[in-house]
Design a protein around this ligand. Sequence first.
Ligand code: GLC
Length: 736
Amino acid sequence: MEEDLNAILSEMTLEEKAAFCTGATAWSSTAVERLGIPEMIVADGPHGVRRMRDIHAVSQQSLPATCFPTASCSASTWDVDLLRQMGEALGEECIALDVDVLLGPGVNMKRSPLGGRNFEYFSEDPYLAGELAASFINGVQSRGVGTSLKHYAANNQESYRTRISVEVDERALREIYLPAFEKAVKQARPWTVMGSYNKVNGMFTSEHRPLLTEILREEWGFEGVIVSDWSAVHDRVASLKAGLDWEMPGPQDRHVKALVEAVRSGELDEATLDEAVRRLLRVVFKAKETPKGGSFDGDAHHELARKIAAEGMVLLKNNGLLPLKEKQTLAVIGRAAKSAHFQGGGSSHINATKVTVPFEELQSRVAHAGLTYAEGYPEDGSYRQELIDQAVEIARSAEVAILFIALPAFKESEGYDRQDLDLTQQQSALIQAVAKAQPKTVVVLNNGAPVGMREWLDAVPAVLEGWMMGQAGGAALIDILFGRVAPCGKLPETFPLKLSDTPAYINWPGDAEKVSYGEGIFIGYRYYEKKQMPVLFPFGHGLSYTTFEYSNASVSAKAFKDIEGLTVSVDVTNTGSRPGKEVVQLYVHDRASELMRPEKELKGFAKVELQPGETRTVSIGLDSRAFAYYHPRYRQWITEDGDFDLLIGASSADIRCRLTVTLESTVTLPCLLNVESTVGDWLADPRGRAVLGPHYEKLEAESRKVSGDSHEESALGMDIMDMFKGMPLVSVVLFQ
Ligand code: GLC
């Protein structure tokens, strides 16, 4: 392949190379018939194939395809196998629909629940997001179809997204905003990575050489193509120099000309252009190795979408009302019962092959004793009391009321963020009124990100988070509500008590120029736990129809070297009367570290299915990164000697077992000591202590002679040695 590519490359004119690095249309690369270079077709993702009939069209009705659960739903499964299967199915649909690269998955962190695209992203935790993304990519690419890991990087809000500068410190970037990309690149090798619209610390990511080349390529070993987000390129020459190979969409004659002129003038080294062309040629020809066309098994994919949706739904609260019994009269309330709210707005919007509707599922698949329906709330979000009155009427005369509450599209979508966590006023009033009239009320939510519930949560016995659950979600909701499938979803994003509690609150969404990520590494549960703040529902939370007990937690070694890693095992028993699945979560707590760290961080998880009474041993491996943090002074990940707690739980707030292990670090740190370093720094580093220690101890002995051990006696009324420790070495010497 390489010789062929070099041969083709050597035949290409400068103009052809420049044009090749820019799209030909909204969804295709530039073909060069003369040299047998075909066009390559891309289409959105990430939870369905949005293949335009006409590749010149930007937004028209796309071809029918399976709309799988959106990322907040599929992430709630915590099931890497299901994500892989979803990827495989999407790969098959890409083949049938003649798509070479699927534009997904999206792995941006959910920095605030207000994010308009949170429904398209996996989690507030980089470990969970990275594991799921890697598995999804492996699934799609196993079919010979490419993916585009997006949006690299730090695209965590919709407000001012095309021009805002994200002001984020190195440690937060490395520990929070990049690791999901890093994990996916290293474990799944996506064919392409898509940039983002925003700037990072003042520089557009499309022109950000440290991100695109130094980190992504040189440090992580990415060998694929970096493609821009659509119309995210401002200076084409600067972007190519930074490492952005392929600008989309096309055509962009002005940018092609700029590249040609830059090479002619010597501003751009033609070898740099050739490198980009070579990388894109590699992907184009790799894509063409997979014959396209045929058809896909829509029914099988629909059933897979239903399985993923059911495993992604999160039972937030249940006072025993669920699962519902059959042969009851049911009051079905809410527009979302008859028009399923199964996906979000924007580039991920799919023309679903079919949609299951909760009300129709109730009619056809449940032996009820009678169904009544009330719209409950209007589509436009206005307040209409008569709709509430009608709903109360049918709720009162039924045995059970089921409320289907969907967050309206005008509240959350790509392109804009939410202004609050609230449902509409009508929806909140509706829930309160219905719950008052009917104690047996279930609230089913369809939303992409956390919503506020405080006005009504105590009044309802059961709440099921259905998310935007994909085209088969209506069927999945019935599967869960009537116990045909046991709920096992776990929250990948914290539900806060109120908006002003959220980590980004005082900095969100910034102004049109910049947004400060002032909370640093403390996003999501990392923040609430550090601040010891209560939340509505914690990260990792999700109930089942059975109960689980954890026992016999053990670890492969009590003391270990970081490079050896560890294996943690625990027995899980289904102590209830119904089958169920449990997601065992493993968090790591560093007892002592030079820099402040979160209380605990997710570093492993495993899902297990258990029949009543069954016990299985779950084992989770931890590598050295599970104990490390990124040190900005050394500009590298480091581990430090010391004790770590391993916390095994059913959620971040429901820890069942604790183990303590002692790590011996094998990390050698560069010696950064200099005369500006404090005496304390010198003493803390063994190499510094070897030099300064004897002098310091002598000085300390002399100072004790004068003031004994009491601080008051010393000339300054304080321990002068403590003062020295905080002083730069050079000042202490001068101080003498
Ligand atoms: C959009 C989105 C990106 C999508 C692309 C093509 O603006 O940011 O996720 O893949 O453009 O539609």
